[in-house]
Design a protein. Structure first.
Length: 149
């Protein structure tokens, strides 16, 4: 039996958020938070729009999900994000006690794995879901950005 709500399905939803960010001139990273196959938060980078270095997609999604649930812990939730979380977002995921992180593209320079940022011990991690698509939109964004300058 085919599971309609799998990691690819939800990563496509996060990718739609990345496209929204791209259209706004934001670095195209998107995130959704899922609880029991239901999206409870959607977000994308808003660092330029809000003039706030902490307004990463994950941070926006954590705030939205906590508001939806009425509590700060996201133990039963899954974060789908198009780019491997940075140290700040990984730290926030630790405090939110997110149950699982699924990301698309790796971030070899600023990603939590390379920086050896500690996640909550119960957090599961899966990387590389729709990696090519998630990488390509970032590459396209930065190529276009360089050509404008």
């Amino acid at each position: 039996m085919i599971q309609p709500f799998d990691d690819i399905y939800f990563m496509k939803k996060a990718f739609q958020e990345a496209e929204n960010a791209f259209d706004k001139g934001e670095i195209p990273v998107g995130a959704v938070i899922v609880l029991k196959d239901q999206i409870i938060a959607r977000a994308h980078n808003l660092t330029e729009t809000l003039n706030d270095v902490t307004a990463h997609a994950e941070m926006q999604a954590f705030t939205s999900a906590a508001d939806f649930l009425g509590g700060k812990y996201l133990k039963e939730c899954v974060l789908y994000v198009t780019l491997e979380p940075c140290q700040m977002c990984a730290g926030a995921s630790y405090w939110a006690q997110i149950g699982k992180i699924v990301y698309g593209a790796s971030e070899p320079e600023r990603g939590f794995k390379n920086l050896q940022t500690t996640l909550h011990p119960k957090t599961k991690v899966i990387g590389g879901i729709l990696e090519n698509e998630c990488s390509q939109i970032l590459k396209r964004f930065f190529i276009e950005k360089r050509n404008l300058n």
